[in-house]
Design a protein around this ligand. Structure first.
Ligand SMILES: [Zn+2]
Length: 197
């Protein structure tokens, strides 16, 4: 009887282990492991993709038109971001080491305003958008809650004000460096949704 119970528990534990296992791929740029799915198991050797950090960098570096300076790229992406997210879904939400989530749509829109005016104004405008969303009952607006939209606006404004170098390297390299200098650690992933799926 006892033994039968043990077997049942062992089987249950094994099932739990298997269902919690993740399938991984290897980033083709930096070689780090990337979680592909939260179920399944092992390494998918046929997968060819990038981790969130390399994906964000590649997208932003690659989106610059021929001869376009980094500040002009930010200007253009900021305009596009006010209408919708202009990039690939999988690099929209960027997660930093301490769990801070950056919505790159807000980041780029605020960076553009910060570049044209100053970062205090970009933060205020970002905050006003939050208030408007909150008043109208939209899910992401919570102006007093310090949600990811505010953090994203702030990060974008700081990037434009302090880090963006019109004569510097690719926008992607500059954005990754700036995000990782905020004090929230390095970029640990990116995804198309806030909860990481
Ligand atoms: Zn990588």
């Amino acid at each position: 009887m006892k033994r039968a119970l043990c077997l049942v528990l062992a089987a249950a534990a094994l099932a739990a282990t298997i269902s919690l296992a993740e399938t991984h791929g290897i980033c083709r740029v930096c070689g780090e492991w990337v979680v592909l799915t939260k179920d399944g198991a092992g390494l998918n050797r046929d997968w060819s993709g990038t981790c969130g950090r390399c994906g964000l960098r590649e997208y932003l570096n690659g989106t610059a038109a021929e001869g376009e300076d980094p500040d002009a790229t930010v200007d253009r992406l900021g305009d596009e971001s006010r209408k919708g997210w202009p990039g690939p879904e999988e690099v929209r939400y960027v997660r930093l080491e301490d769990g801070t989530l950056i919505d790159m749509r807000h980041f780029l829109a605020a960076a553009d305003v910060g570049q044209d005016h100053n970062h205090a104004l970009a933060e205020i405008l970002g905050w006003m958008v939050e208030v408007a969303q909150w008043v109208s009952g939209q899910e992401s607006g919570a102006p007093l809650g310090g949600n990811e939209d505010l953090e994203s606006n702030r990060a974008g404004a700081l990037f434009a004000d302090d880090d963006l170098d019109a004569d510097g390297g690719g926008v992607g390299d500059q954005v990754v460096d700036s995000l990782e200098s905020l004090g929230h650690g390095r970029i640990t992933g990116a995804s198309g949704s806030k909860d990481g799926d």
